[in-house]
Structures are given as C-alpha cells and as structure tokens.
Design a protein around this ligand. Structure first.
Ligand code: AMP
Ligand code: GLY
Length: 436
C-alpha cells in the first residue's frame, strides 16, 4: 500500500501538533494543511486559498486530491458542515457531522443527550425568557444554591460565567442572553472538584479511550483573571490514570456513543469530555467538545506512541482493529505552556515580531517542542496574528523535567507584551511533595 495522504483543517497549536504527529508516522507520505499558520510549513504543505469553513470548497479540493483521510481540527468547520460535505463526496473524514457536533455546538442538546444516555452531569435548565431566568436564579439563590450561566452555542471559551453573587448571576444572564445564540442560555448547578479533560476515539458505537490531560483555563497564575481558550496543560494526569479513564469510558463515552448510533446520528472523531470530579457523585460532565482540546492536544499527541494516522483512518472508516491498533503511551510527562499576545483574551495586540520560537519540524522529537498558533511568516521572521501565539511543550521523565524544558522554551521566547502562566502543573508538584 502506498503512503497515506492526509489533509488537516485548522491553524492553531492543536493543528500544528496534529500535523507534526501525523507527519512522523511511517505510513504517512504527505500531510497538507489549510489554513495552517506561520509554523506549520515545518510539518505540512500549506494548501493556499482553501477556506476550511466552506464545505463545498473543501469537498471539491479533497476529491481532486484524493486524500486518504481529512482530519478536522477545530469546531467551526464541523458546525459549518464540512464533514457532511466530505461524506457526500465519499472522502474519509475524521470529525463528526454537523448534527453529531451539536454535542459541542449546543449545550442544551448536549444536556438532553446526556440525560437520555444516563450520563452524570450537572442539573440544568434552558431559558429563552429573561424574566423566567432571573426568577429561577433568584429562587435558587434563596435556597442557597449557586448557579453557572452558559450561552447555548459556540462562544470560543467566553460563553460561561461562574458568578459569586446573585447580582453577578443576574448580570451574566442579561449579558449572555444578549449574545448571538438567539438568547438561549442554560442555568446549571454549580459543582466543585478537580477538573480534567478526557478524550476518546469514537466511531459509531465503537469507543477507544485515548488519554486525559489537565488544562488551565484562566489567564493568570493562581487561576485568576478571565477565562481563556487555555493557557497550558499537562499529561498524563497523576490522579486520573488508565483505570479512571476506563471508568469514564463506561459511564460517559460509551452511553453517549451508543445513544447517538441508535439514533442514526453516529458520532465519528474524537470526543472530549470536560469533567469535574465531585466528592459525592464522582466524575460529572461539564461539557462535550467534538474535537481535541487546545492546548491539551499539544501535550497528549506527543505522548502517544504508535500509528496515529491508522487509528484516525480507522475512526473514519469504522474499522475497530485499526482504531485500537497500535496506540500506546510513552513513559514520562508533557507540560505545555502557552504564550499569548498582550491584551488577550479581550483585545489581543497583533503584528508583533516573535523570536526564539522556531517551530517544531517533523524531524523534531526532543524534550522541547514548539507549536505555533496565531503566527505568520514574514520576510523578516515570525509575526503574531491573534491571541494565543505559541505553545512550548516540554517532555521529560517526570513532571519536574518536563516543566523545566517547557519553561526553558518560554524563557527564550521574545514577544513584546507576551503573557504566560508561570504555574502550569505546579499544583501537581505540591501534591507530590505532600504525599512523600
Ligand atoms: P465549559 O465551557 O462548560 O467547560 O465551562 C468553562 C469552565 O467553567 C469550566 O472549565 C469550569 O471551570 C467552569 N464550569 C462550567 N460548568 C460548571 C459547573 N456546573 N460547576 C462549576 N464550574 C463550572
Ligand atoms: N482547552 C479547552 C478547549 O479546547 O476547549
């Protein structure tokens, strides 16, 4: 069999990591990417002028090029129906249809499916009427219960408020109802516990647990500041190992995959469960995403051994043997630290020069990996083009070594106004020293 030809859609750090990892597989002949970023030419050929949000353009291009599989990175092309168009064109695609991707694109839909499948999740009610939502929040507050306010649709990490007072709850309801989702919001019971992102490969009713990682969503050290798309991550998670992932596969991934398959909306791709580990009720789902996390992918993918391309193709074609295939986990730990632009997340300052962040190429497999996101290449070097600019991923035999490698990368990075967290994976070190 000749080598696999793969198209990756997307242009973030996740897609640089995906293309890097796929390009290292022995059976892969060529990886192309659209739109990619300033760093991805080190791992994949850029397809010029292909809009990943245009389903028919993607399907036309993919038919012409006869890719073995198209791997969709971000949520927006899924919600735009790119997978549906590729299905119609008979192209293998790793990524759910628009209908199945509603597990991410509509929180109300995800809640309904979880209830039907018996998946543990926070209680929630959907509202489109402002007065009814305000009244519900007031009554819950009087009963001593705290709420989380969520916009129904995709909001790029900005659709969730975790207010600490009734006034702030009311304000969040008003502002999220004024958002672009036709005003639908969810008022959800507030849970407490450690959070973890769990990933499984799903193809119809077939589920293969993949990995878990911890993400740091707040902008600042000590979990202060606004929510972001994610400022850093580490994997594996010492307190959420293979057994915990298997348990969540049985309680979350399989019931949802089976329900969707039974409803003939078979899910296909990676399913990401954002979990909170509650003391009294165990792991509960906060949200589903229809894709790899970013920056979780940047730490999960470098820790996977085996033939990733074959596994993703197996998901696309419904081949269980290939899905389970050869994937394993490397020993050691990966820690990823994101460097973001000044002003991120509200108003990132762009077009600044970026130095000391040479993007990882397919040949790189060392202790420091550098995945670009919002960058572009100019004649004089790299320039920023958005909020999250680059993820430095350190790998080491333990957390200390991995952190050191990642922060060595960050220290060498030159970006005026660049923001990063200095405490990624630090709490694990504190935990470890306590347990010694
Ligand atoms: P989500 O986009 O649903 O993952 O929400 C973003 C963040 O808000 C999560 O990572 C949690 O920190 C927080 N959050 C969401 N839902 C809840 C909940 N029911 N209880 C407590 N915190 C939550
Ligand atoms: N890092 C969180 C996400 O990708 O949604």
């Amino acid at each position: 069999m000749s080598g696999l030809e793969i198209l990756v859609l997307g242009g973030g750090g996740r897609e640089h990591a995906l293309a890097w990892r796929l390009s290292r597989d022995e059976r892969v002949a060529r990886v192309r990417i659209a739109p990619g970023n300033g760093g991805t030419p080190a791992v994949a050929e850029t397809v010029a002028d292909l809009d990943p949000l245009d389903p028919s353009a993607v399907a036309r291009h993919a038919s012409r090029e006869r890719y073995d599989v198209v791997v969709v990175g971000p949520e927006a092309p899924l919600a735009a129906g790119v997978s549906d168009a590729l299905d119609q064109a008979g192209i293998n695609v790793f990524g759910p249809t628009r209908e199945a991707a509603r597990l991410e694109s509509s929180k109300a839909y995800a809640k309904r499916q979880m209830r039907r499948a018996g998946v543990p999740t926070a209680q929630a009610r959907a509202f489109t009427d402002l007065d009814a939502a305000i009244a519900h929040a007031t009554a819950e507050d009087a009963a001593g219960r705290r709420l989380v306010v969520k916009a129904d649709g995709l909001a790029g990490g900005k659709g969730v408020a975790v207010p600490d007072s009734l006034d702030a709850t009311h304000e969040a309801i008003r502002s999220l109802m004024a958002g672009p989702d036709g005003g639908q919001i969810l008022l959800e019971e507030r849970l407490t516990g450690r959070e973890v992102s769990a990933f499984a490969l799903v193809s119809g009713p077939m589920v293969v647990p993949l990995a878990a990682a911890c993400d740091y969503k707040r902008l600042g050290d000590g979990d202060l500041g606004p929510n972001t798309g994610g400022m850093g991550a580490y994997a594996p998670v010492p307190w959420f190992g293979a057994e915990a992932l298997d348990a969540v596969t049985a309680s979350v991934f399989e019931p949802v995959a089976w329900l969707m398959a039974r409803d003939a909306v078979g899910y296909r791709g990676v399913l990401y469960a954002g979990l909170i580990l509650t003391e009294d009720q165990g792991p509960m789902v906060l949200e589903f995403n229809a894709r790899f996390g970013d920056p979780e992918a940047q730490v999960v993918l470098p820790m996977l051994e085996g033939d990733l391309a074959a596994a993703l193709l197996g998901v696309a074609t419904g081949d269980r043997g290939a899905m389970e295939g050869s994937l394993g986990t490397r020993r050691g730990t990966a820690v990823g630290v994101v460097v973001a632009s000044e002003g991120y997340p509200d108003a990132p300052v762009t077009a600044r020069s970026l130095d000391g962040a040479e993007p990882s190429s397919s040949a790189d497999d060392g202790e420091l990996l550098v995945f670009h996101a919002a960058t572009q290449r100019t004649p004089s070097g790299y320039e920023t083009s958005g909020g999250r600019v680059v993820t430095f991923v350190g790998r080491g035999s333990d957390l200390v070594a991995a952190r050191e490698a990642a922060y060595r990368g960050v220290a060498a990075c030159e970006l005026v106004g660049g923001q990063y967290r200095s405490d990624i994976a630090e709490r694990e070190l504190a935990d470890q020293s306590e347990s010694v």
